[in-house]
Ligand binder design. Structure first.
Ligand code: E4P
Length: 217
């Protein structure tokens, strides 16, 4: 399983990169809007200097023709750019056309397994089911991940399920156990994954005993 960082914050990406566990980045217009007016292209290029892996940049146009033109532009920024396209009829056509041109697509805003199946058949590289937003409306987001992974596996489809809209560490564990090959996680969740109170108290106890044993001052 791979972990991507779900942010447009270059500071958060630089801080997380030191761990060596982040192999890609996902952005969206909402994440970019928090970045105080930085140009999208500039930010994607900054990210590409830090992370050598897929960097998702999202389209904001609505017709298939516009999406294809926008996808070509986003993909021209850097070879690691993966273009995010929302799943609807216009999006599906654009996914098909872009995939034929060799533009890698991350299909976003997936909320049911049939949307994932269609995107995979159209040639998408990544499928992004939104776990947290589905949980928010009383459906089981992790069950959607499981269904998407099963469909890809049963039918030998190459698209990778990218668990998105991750809100807490349990989502990460559950997505991993559901077989998601990738999860994209907010920076705060990355640090939460590290934490356990018994680890903290264990470190304190070993340090105290090391002092008693004269190993450290
Ligand atoms: C990433 O690709 C998605 O855009 C992101 O995970 C959505 O997360 P949210 O539901 O917390 O906005």
């Amino acid at each position: 399983m791979r972990l991507f960082l779900d942010t447009a914050s270059i500071d958060d990406i630089r801080a997380a990169a030191r761990f060596g566990v982040i192999s890609g980045v996902t952005t969206n217009p909402s994440l970019l809007a928090k970045e105080g007016g930085v140009s999208y292209k500039q930010r994607i290029l900054e990210i590409a200097e830090v992370i050598d892996g897929p960097i998702s940049a999202e389209c904001v146009t609505r017709t298939a023709d516009e999406l294809v033109a926008e996808a070509r532009e986003l993909a021209s920024w850097h070879p690691n750019v993966v273009v995010k396209i929302p799943i609807d009829a216009e999006g599906l056509e654009a996914i098909h056309r872009c995939s034929r041109e060799g533009i890698r697509i991350n299909t976003t805003l997936i909320f049911n397994p049939n949307q994932a199946l269609l995107a995979a058949l159209a040639g998408a590289t990544f499928l992004s089911p939104f776990v947290g937003r589905l949980d928010d409306v009383s459906y089981d987001g992790i069950e959607l991940i499981r269904q998407c992974v099963d469909i890809m596996t049963i039918h030998g489809l190459k698209a990778q399920v990218l668990a998105a809209s991750i809100r807490h560490p349990l989502h990460v564990t559950q997505a991993a156990l559901a077989g998601a090959p990738v999860a994209t996680i907010p920076p705060a969740v990355l640090y939460q994954l590290l934490k356990h109170p018994l680890t903290d108290t264990g470190i304190e106890r070993f340090l105290a005993d090391a002092r008693t044993a004269g190993l450290i001052e």
